[in-house]
Design a protein around this ligand. Structure first.
Ligand SMILES: Cc1cc2nc3c(=O)[nH]c(=O)nc-3n(C[C@H](O)[C@H](O)[C@H](O)COP(=O)(O)OP(=O)(O)OC[C@H]3O[C@@H](n4cnc5c(N)ncnc54)[C@H](O)[C@@H]3O)c2cc1C
Length: 457
């Protein structure tokens, strides 16, 4: 482990002397090639997988090379603890935690970054440093929400952990593409989020629309006791009634006949093992298995309300449907998540680099296509991404979530506006911390990072 740490330090020193860029890569799930620096050196941290647990304080220190599956698996089997990270096993912990990370447990414990107590990192001179509330406070601030703009290579995170939920109850309801229930489901979902994101409810729910194929509503309850479970069942039934399902008037059990909804009750670990995109293997496999199989374009907007503008959303759905019918054989998926509600709002907007604490909904779209050697689909997908990002931008609020970083932009002014949508009024501080801690600009590709401060700012 020490040996690998030293290697990271030596690479940074060497890169810095040679005057080229360095950038870190953990799980390779960053969108828009976020972990890349053209002409520079990519430092892969995936072998940094140390783990130590203080069980009495439930504080976990983990190497930044863990994927979520690896970390969830190790914590579950050694101490029964969990961290408030992301939903999918293959995603790297470093990228997700640095970007503030939302997940299944955000409404209970806040965003991933809200639980970070310290980070260990290699700075622009190749020195090993710690950033926390006590030392290097600016870097600690930027490590919570700065994402790829963090000017250093994080080697470990120290994080508040929690007892793993004893049971994960999930109800999944599906409508086929031909039923065209997208809008009813989004509307019904948005109406209940104010209740569902209350900490004491221990719930999470999301909507996923896979174009032409299906709309899926998921409602979770984590470690709920009998009373909490009763509330959960009642809410699921009412939700289905408001989507217009006759079955909703019946008991949930009768709804779960497998045609519309199914329900499962599993342990935290079983849930992850069974629900992963690529099924088994994600919990322990090296993230390298996942690399280069798919290409994606992505974009997001965080809305300050639960309500999504109906006409814009319908226009997006219609337009994507047409494109799909015309042969653009990529998957276009829209996700609707709650940002986290009261647990996320409890942190001040300037306490971390992620400012949009009072936002309610994260609308995230993703274009996914299988890579081929001669990638003809790329240009088609790029055009579609431009159009989708214009549509998403037409929502009044221009606030975004770093982890679902969108299309690459050209031009200094456009880039500043684009970064403003991720960091808001925190942008100047992001720039200042970067400049103070990496004056020579060792970390990162200039076309991917916030522009430098202008003289007057
Ligand atoms: C299938 C899928 C599911 C997802 N689910 C969620 C989710 O549930 N919640 C959520 O919030 N996000 C989610 N995301 C988004 C994800 O959190 C971001 O894409 C994140 O940046 C991925 O991190 P990574 O380490 O896998 O990626 P990488 O591409 O390796 O890194 C992403 C960024 O972090 C930087 N970075 C990586 N490691 C380090 C390090 N050690 N030190 C400094 N910088 C580093 C990279 O330079 C890059 O800028 C998902 C993405 C995908 C593709």
């Amino acid at each position: 482990m020490l040996f690998i740490l030293e290697k990271v330090q030596n690479v940074v020193k060497c890169v810095s002397d040679a005057g080229v860029y360095a950038c870190a890569r953990c799980g390779s799930h960053g969108h828009e090639n976020d972990a890349c620096c053209d002409g520079g050196v990519v430092v892969d941290v995936s072998k940094l997988r140390s783990l130590s647990v203080d069980e009495s304080k439930k504080i976990v220190e983990f190497g930044s090379g863990h994927s979520h599956g690896q970390l969830y698996h190790r914590l579950s089997t050694t101490s029964g603890l969990v961290v408030a990270g992301g939903t999918e096993s293959y995603v790297g912990t470093a990228g997700l935690f640095l970007g503030c990370g939302r997940g299944l447990l955000s409404s209970i414990y806040g965003l991933a970054c809200d639980n970070v107590r310290a980070v260990e990192y290699v700075d622009a001179k190749g020195e090993l440093r710690i950033a926390s509330a006590e030392e290097k406070q600016d870097m600690y601030w930027l490590a919570r929400g700065g994402g790829g703009a963090f000017p250093g290579i994080v080697t470990s995170f120290t994080v508040q952990a929690y007892d793993e939920p004893k049971e994960v109850v999930v109800t999944k309801c599906r409508w086929s593409g031909t039923e065209r229930k997208e809008w009813e489901v989004i509307e019904a979902w948005s109406r209940v989020q104010g209740k569902f994101t209350k900490r004491r409810r221990k719930m999470f729910s999301s909507v996923k629309i896979i174009m032409n194929e299906m709309t899926m509503l998921e409602v979770y309850c984590f470690g709920c006791d009998e009373k909490e479970r009763e509330y959960y069942e009642k809410e699921v039934r009412e939700l289905m009634v408001s989507v217009g399902e006759d079955g909703g008037a019946r008991r949930t059990g009768e709804l779960l006949d497998g045609t519309k909804c199914t329900q499962s009750r599993q342990s935290w670990l079983e849930y992850h093992e069974s629900s992963d995109l690529l099924k088994k293997g994600g919990m322990t496999a090296n993230t390298k298995n996942m690399r280069k199989k798919f290409s994606t374009y992505t974009g997001s907007v965080v809305l300050d309300t639960w309500e999504v503008n109906k006409s814009t959303m319908e226009r997006m759905i219609e337009w994507v449907m047409e494109e799909v019918e015309e042969g653009m054989r990529s998957y276009v998926t829209f996700f609707f998540y709650p940002l986290g509600g009261e647990a996320v709002e409890a942190v001040a907007p300037d306490a971390t680099a992620f400012p949009w604490r009072s936002c309610k909904t994260v609308l995230h779209y993703k274009l996914l296509w299988r890579q081929t050697k001669k990638d003809e689909k790329e240009e088609q997908a790029r055009m579609m991404n431009v159009k989708l990002s214009e549509m998403v931008d037409s929502f009044k609020t221009k606030q975004k979530f770093y982890n679902y970083i969108g299309e690459h932009v050209e031009g200094e002014r456009e880039r500043e506006e684009w970064y403003r949508s991720y960091f808001g009024y925190n942008l100047e501080r992001v720039q200042r911390v970067r400049e103070e801690n990496d004056p020579a600009g060792v970390f990162g590709n200039p076309s991917r990072l916030p522009p430098r401060l202008t003289k007057n700012s």
